[in-house]
Design a protein around this ligand. Structure first.
Ligand SMILES: Nc1ncnc2c1ncn2[C@@H]1O[C@H](COP(=O)(O)OP(=O)(O)OP(=O)(O)O)[C@@H](O)[C@H]1O
Ligand SMILES: [Mg+2]
Length: 284
């Protein structure tokens, strides 16, 4: 019999186990400090956090624990001293339209109308004029600002300005949306309405979000996962847990008060947080 042994073939691409996608946003052993007026301040030390695609992660923690520093690292506004911050597995070197930031104070251009503000972001993202118009109208309608799209920023209420920020952020379809206490300056009623609208958009887009708040109820309403930070100089992650309540959620949804209470219990040794507005829900 005349036969030859075939050399063993390497596994084909089809049969090989698929490589899992990297987290959408990843902090890996990140350390960051600042050389301020009072000398060196360590802000974060050995900070590790992975956020998966479509996940909504809320960071809750006392003032000065490094929440904004973490967000600024993800935005590319500052660089880590050691460790790495990655988006889709690639190190973040600078700010970019793939990571949109929404701050507590709106960052809209006052000399432009609501729609022009959204269009400008689309222009920066390289979209053509016609697409800018269609997309900005679409998103402003979604945040219920159809009638105010030609209003200037000073003609809008605080809630409306945050709606324009939301419209602008979602319009450019970022890989990660970074939000630093975006609703903190709003009254409780406006916040509750915005939670509903925001969740409706999230359920439709599956946008990946890193969201910072002092408000444990807000975290319980919005988060898929709550990350509790503690300490200061440097701050660290003390605990984290998943929130598997059905959406959309509101203050009255079953389980929300329980999750808020659980978060508050984890923070009870963090006095700076307890002084902060909304941390114990009394601001409602
Ligand atoms: N650019 C900077 N220069 C010097 N120190 C800084 C700078 N940015 C942050 N820090 C310091 O790093 C620490 C963490 O600040 P960070 O703003 O991240 O806190 P935070 O958790 O966001 O607080 P808050 O809840 O009050 O917003 C603080 O001690 C702060 O003073
Ligand atoms: Mg902050």
């Amino acid at each position: 019999m005349n036969f030859r042994l075939r050399p063993q073939e390497p596994p084909s691409a089809a049969s090989a186990a698929p490589t899992p996608a990297p987290p959408k946003l990843s902090f890996s052993s990140v350390t960051k400090g600042f050389d301020g007026g009072r000398g060196w301040t360590p802000a974060l030390e050995d900070f590790n956090l992975d956020i998966q695609e479509g996940e909504f992660v809320c960071i809750v923690g006392p003032s000065g624990c490094g929440k904004t520093t973490a967000l600024n690292l993800a935005a590319g506004f500052v660089r880590p001293d050691s460790g790495a911050v990655l988006v889709d597995g690639a190190p973040i070197a600078r700010p970019g339209p793939d990571r949109t930031v929404v701050f507590q104070e709106h960052a809209l251009f006052p000399w432009l109308t609501a729609r022009q503000n959204v269009q400008l972001a689309l222009e920066f993202a390289g979209k053509k004029k016609k697409e800018q118009e269609i997309v900005s109208r679409f998103w402003l309608r979604l945040v219920h600002l159809e009638k105010f799209q030609n209003a200037y920023v000073h003609e809008l209420s605080g809630g409306m300005k945050q709606r324009v920020q939301l419209a602008r952020s979602f319009a450019i379809n970022p890989r990660v949306l970074l939000m630093d206490e975006p609703f903190a300056a709003l009254d409780a009623l406006t916040r509750e309405v915005l939670y509903g609208e925001f969740q409706q958009i999230l359920m439709g887009t599956r946008q990946t979000v890193l969201f910072i708040t002092h408000n444990t109820q807000e975290a319980a309403i919005l988060a898929d996962r709550v990350v509790v930070m503690g300490g200061a100089h440097p701050g660290t992650i003390k605990a984290e847990f998943r929130v598997d309540l059905p959406r959309p959620r509101s203050f009255e949804s079953p389980g929300v008060a329980e999750i808020a209470g659980k978060t508050l219990a984890l923070l009870k040794h963090e006095p700076a947080l307890l002084d902060a507005e909304g941390a114990n829900g009394e601001s409602r």
